[in-house]
Ligand binder design. Sequence first.
Ligand code: AMP
Ligand code: ZN
Length: 492
Amino acid sequence: MQLYKEQKIQLYNTLSGKKETFQPIEDGYVGMYVCGPTVYSNVHLGNVRTFMSFDMIFRYLKHLGYKVRYVRNITDAGHLENDADVGEDKITKKARLEQIEPMEVVQRYTVDFHNVLKTFNFLPPSIEPTATGHIIEQIELIKTIIDNGFGYVVNGSVYFDVHKFNETNDYGKLSKRNLEDLIHNTRALDGQSDKKNPQDFALWKRAEPQHIMRWPSPWSDGFPGWHLECTAMSTKYLGDNFDIHGGGMDLKFPHHECEIAQSEAAKGQTPVNYWMHANMLQLNGQRMSKSTGNTVNPDELLSGNNKFFSKAYAPSVIRFFNAQSSYRSVLDLTDDGLQASEKGFHRLMDAMHLLEDLKPGKSSTFNVAEWRQKCYDAMNDDFNSPILIAHLFEAAKQVNQIKAGAASLTAEDLELLKQTMHAFTFDVLGLVNATETGSGTEKLAGAVELLIQLRQEARANKDFALSDKIRDELAAKGIQLNDGKDGTTFSF
Ligand code: AMP
Ligand code: ZN
């Protein structure tokens, strides 16, 4: 029997504002769409956190035996600098600044994104569609929205009529806003004079002469609106009504609100049953964000080459750190937090090693079946990974006690413990055993620590020639030692 028949998930649906029992449209199958990156710069750890949370959710659904079609797009056109349909296209701007083709920008940062995903042991999505590969679908969708009376054309651009839509539908139901408040709070920006109302949003924009990323359409040579891309791609591969739509919290409004409006206007039905939003990663108490420059990129944290953290951390330590808080909580990236996670991660991995050679006893002193169900209960409760980790630590404690002869498990219970620990640690949390990956970096870090210690001893003995030699030769190999008031740290 498939596990999903006995394990019922409760998930927090942003649309209803409460936890609901997850009931897929088709028994045993799940359709899930997550907004992918706009590929105009390297992904930062904030982006990684959101995708990592959905990777864990994807992994758990698969673990339960669901057949999941997971669609995560690449936004390679149409995302303007400002949410209100003004400003330059992010990719075109980058191409202009770097004097390269927009598609070179797209290629460079798509490759970077894929490398990052590989480093962090992400499972690939089932389909990874690009916006530029679905222009025809988007044009068709716009035609339907216009035919249904919810879109209007001005000077070659097409806008969605939010006021008209709100007469029959509820614009703002996802983000808990209402049109009256929006009217009150939106300022008409320069360049928006084409719109009937500032709350309307672009479905298609006529391209200015210098805009390279342009396609022919019935209205003008132009490009699609960002919100429209996700509606076209999600419904194409998952149907007009599908199970789960996810993304970061910041996409709730206007992006997801507009996706709902477009689908309801075009297809007469709401697109998504469960809306899930991952919370933000912070650095120094402020949201990590490209626009404010408050970011750390994965390679900076993995190499230790940054101004915020004292050392390098392995990818699985970062995954573990992320899983130690709920995907719905704000998470602050700190050195102390990462160090604590590193210790915890190693404690868990040590137990996984010990578990391999444990010998069974005559009786069980620990109720494995009950513990196993607690692990499922944690994940069934809106993917509560911190509680799951607490249960994994409880098992790790038991493993240590069995090793010390202070507890025992029958062969059958021991096998169940092993299977369950493996499933949750590796398959669901996506951690990789320290001896397999990350080990190179970690072993190197250990060796550098040893050299730092020898250098300190050399200094204490006034052997400055040796201490300088250690520093200089490490620097020549690209490893910098930084002497501070609390001792020496390194980066590479
Ligand atoms: P973007 O490429 O800007 O569209 O962002 C890609 C994804 O990363 C979206 O789902 C965003 O919501 C998410 N994201 C951006 N900043 C953060 C952050 N600081 N913490 C978590 N997720 C973020
Ligand atoms: Zn999207």
